[in-house]
Write a protein that binds this ligand. Structure first.
Ligand code: GDP
Length: 425
């Protein structure tokens, strides 16, 4: 039912850029596969019959079948990947849950994420997890159980646990977005290993910062490392827990003023970090990547909405609506960014390879066509001699028959004359 309530959003979601591109490129590869199969069949018949095609050419074209298959396999698994980073307890898991509109990841005290958690869509309504190095599906029925399962596993900090959650429960999962939650960057991590293992194929990075404090060196360092390995990574900064600064509404005017100042300061530092330090955006573009939100409120509101209740139950923290809108604004910009980036990084390669295969096959076929045309003209040459001979024979025959006809004609006339003569006598 919650899908129905968000259906209106479905078709104009920027994620559809990726979804549609994926469908289109897949259709194209189905056609390429047909085309390759046809070519293989055609070449086999030529090889068998007339030796027009060399064995090497046959093998080359046949090898494209496997190549196209491999691309189609990768294509099936292509997704949009977003990775969340930040210090422990800044609210990474809560942000992911808010975006998924459900409490999927355990969060809060005692549920420190101590390894990488990846949430992705599953078919057939199944929910389960798979730990690294295993293929065993461990069923997951609830968050509590998930938290328990994660605790009992001896998990290394850079290990990955994949959580599969029913696609139909969340539009983002249905549209092939994959979420990666990380251990806090303050957990003395081996950043290089983290980045190599989990970040190189990420389309978007979200830094979940704490609006109650400033960006920490550990948080900044992580992104400095990322930007040495990836050229121009897409980074969003969420200043989370923005609600916490609105807890004393008695001095309302004073509070609004203070909040404005705090916000301006955070904003300036974040923009400076993205533009001047990391050099991934211009200051103007960087402005569009910094948001002030409350993941906790957003999650609560969305869970209320899903139960068919209003998004808040009266006891509303000051500024809730604004923060909720800002979270939605973040999601919109995030969706645009991730789908464009994923189309570019993932499908550009496939379409290059597809083009390459098509060109190679055409070249091979052109060569064969060239060869057959030469053979044909050679045969025509040979035929011409025969043809001339035939022509001569034919002409001779015609002449002969004509002669015969004339002779018979004369004979008949002669006979007739004789007969009529005999009769009159
Ligand atoms: P993580 O370690 O970064 O994944 O952080 P969690 O998502 O587990 O959040 C840590 C604690 O902060 C939990 O108790 C959350 O309920 C709380 N929290 C998360 N986001 C917010 C927020 O926006 N506002 C407030 N007040 N608390 C939050």
């Amino acid at each position: 039912s919650h899908l129905r309530s968000t259906d209106i959003r479905t078709d104009n979601s920027p994620l559809q850029i990726f979804v549609k591109a994926k469908k289109k490129i897949n259709d194209i590869f189905v056609e390429i596969e047909d085309y390759v199969q046809d070519t293989v069949g055609f070449m086999k018949s030529l090889q068998a019959e007339r030796n027009i095609v060399t064995a090497e050419e046959g093998e080359r074209v046949e090898s494209y079948v496997d190549k196209v298959h491999a691309i189609r396999d990768v294509l099936k698994r292509d997704h949009m990947k977003v990775a969340f980073f930040g210090r422990t307890s800044n609210g990474k898991s809560t942000v992911i849950n808010a975006m998924l509109r459900d409490k999927i990841l355990p969060s809060g005290i005692g549920h420190t994420t101590n390894c990488f958690l990846q949430v992705e869509g599953s078919d057939n309504g199944e929910s389960y997890l798979i730990t690294e190095g295993s293929t065993e599906k461990q069923p997951v029925q609830s968050v509590g159980q998930l938290g328990h399962a994660l605790c009992k596993e001896k998990l290394c900090e850079s290990h990955l646990v994949r959580i599969f959650w029913p696609k139909e429960k969340c539009l983002l999962l249905r549209d092939d977005v994959v979420f990666v939650d990380s251990p806090g960057v303050d957990v003395t991590p081996n950043l290089d290993e983290w980045i190599d293992k989990h970040c190189l194929d990420a389309d978007v990075f979200v830094l979940v910062a704490n609006a109650e404090s400033t960006l920490m060196v550990t948080e900044k360092n992580f992104f400095h490392k990322v930007s040495t390995k990836l050229s121009k990574p897409n980074i969003f900064i969420l200043n989370n827990r923005w609600d916490a600064s609105a807890s004393e509404p008695e001095f309302f005017e004073q509070l609004v003023k203070e909040q404005k100042e705090v916000r301006a300061q955070h904003q300036e530092r974040a923009v400076d970090f993205l533009s001047r330090e990391l050099k991934v955006y211009t200051p103007k573009d960087a402005e569009e990547r910094v948001f002030f939100v409350s993941a906790k409120e957003t999650l609560q509101a969305r869970m209320q909405e899903q139960r068919g209740q209003p998004s808040h139950n009266g006891a509303l923290a000051e500024g809730f609506q604004t923060r909720y809108f800002e979270f939605q604004d973040f999601e919109r910009k995030f969706e645009e960014c991730i789908s464009k980036s994923a189309v570019k990084t993932k499908f550009e390669q496939h379409s290059q390879r597809g083009k390459h295969i098509a060109t190679e096959i055409r070249q091979t076929l052109d060569e064969i066509l060239d060869r057959t045309q030469k053979m044909k003209s050679e045969q025509l040459h040979v035929k011409k001699e025969v043809h001339d001979k035939l022509n001569y024979t034919e002409q001779q025959l015609m002449l002969l028959t004509q002669e015969m006809k004339d002779k018979i004609h004369h004979m008949v006339e002669d006979v007739e004359q004789r007969v009529s003569k005999a009769l009159s006598e």
